[in-house]
Design a binder for this molecule. Structure first.
Ligand code: ADP
Length: 319
């Protein structure tokens, strides 16, 4: 089973504890929602290709090396001469919240699916996949005409038996308006088989008053699998005409919930690609997220990560 994820990976500068009141030092790493998910899917033993555009600068080079070290396939990545990837910094405010500042307006990833030749090459690559994964952030950074091309491609990909997984990941400042976001996200849900949604984002985008209202509203998309994440609250799974609430095991020593949803998606999708049934895949999603929130940052060191091994159906306790 092979999955390709489409999106943007950025340079991340995260502050480190300054010693003795010294000015903070920043640790350099790479992150981005679909990228984070890709890393954990690959760590869980599924072949993953990451599709994006990078520049020809030293940071793009280091990103490719990092992807290679994680075992990601980088064959679909185009390089744009004279360009460099987007960047963000993290600041820890006095109340312990993390504040993110972005420089991503000129990121090469914004040209995903735009240029005709690059698009043709990418489509050939994506047709070899069993599953494609993208998010509302992927859509938000793409040009509207490129989104249309991608939508048309997903239609033919699904007709040929491929499956599409989508996380709406709504980030208001990436969109021109809420209406534009609704139209794009609604259109892509129509071309999705698996939706991995977060209630908080859904409420922000659609104004749903409850989880029930959110599920009702999504009925029109005829999704095969709908997973609604709600932080520590039970995950709601709609599958095969049934709605199930699955408890999230309590996690002690939570350090940073950045990337919890991305990690959950990875645990879930990797399990589904191994043909694990959806309820057990939710448990795998919870386990992946639980590891990540006990560490600082969206991508925890590979040495600290416990991969999901082959999971014989029924061989794991329910969440
Ligand atoms: P997002 O990161 O997209 O905002 P959520 O906050 O809903 O997503 O969290 C995604 C998943 O991460 C949850 O379904 C759960 O598995 C795990 N998770 C998040 N917060 C907690 C928590 N406080 N305790 C245990 N698990 C959590």
């Amino acid at each position: 089973m092979k999955l390709a994820a489409l999106g943007e990976v950025m340079v991340e500068f995260a502050p480190q504890q300054g010693r003795g009141g010294a000015a903070p030092l920043f640790a350099l790493s790479f992150a981005g929602d679909t990228y984070n998910t890709s890393i954990y899917i690959a760590r869980n033993g599924i072949q993953v290709s990451y599709a994006t555009l990078l520049g020809d600068d030293p940071y793009s080079e280091r990103m490719l090396q990092a992807m290679g070290a994680e075992g990601l396939d980088t064959d679909a990545i185009e390089r744009l001469p004279g360009r460099c990837p987007g960047l963000y910094t993290i600041q820890n405010s006095a109340d312990g919240e993390r504040q993110f500042t972005y420089w991503r307006g000129e990121s090469p990833a914004r040209e995903l699916f735009l240029d005709e030749r690059c698009r043709a090459r990418l489509q050939d690559h994506l047709r070899q996949m069993d599953c494609l994964y993208l998010s509302g952030i992927t859509l938000a950074i793409m040009a509207p005409e490129a989104r249309e091309h991608l939508l048309t491609f997903l239609d033919s990909f699904r007709r040929d038996g491929g499956r599409v997984a989508f996380d709406s990941n709504y980030r208001p400042r990436l969109w021109a308006s809420k209406e534009a976001a609704r139209e794009a996200v609604g259109g892509f849900l129509q071309q999705s088989d698996i939706a991995l949604l977060t209630l908080e984002d859904e409420q922000l985008l659609w104004g749903d008053r409850s989880a029930g209202k959110c599920l009702d509203r999504n009925a029109r998309h005829h999704l095969e699998e709908l997973v609604l994440k709600r932080g520590p609250e039970p995950v709601l799974l709609q599958y095969d005409g049934e709605l199930t609430a699955l408890d999230v095991p309590a996690v002690r020593d939570i350090v940073d919930t950045t990337g919890a949803g991305d990690a959950f998606n990875a645990g879930y999708l990797a399990a589904r690609l191994k043909r694990v049934e959806p309820e057990l895949a939710v448990a795998a999603g919870n386990r992946c997220a639980a590891q990540v929130i006990r560490h600082r940052g969206a991508i925890i060191p590979a040495a600290d990560y416990l991969p999901e091994r082959e999971m014989p159906a029924g061989g794991l306790a329910r969440a």
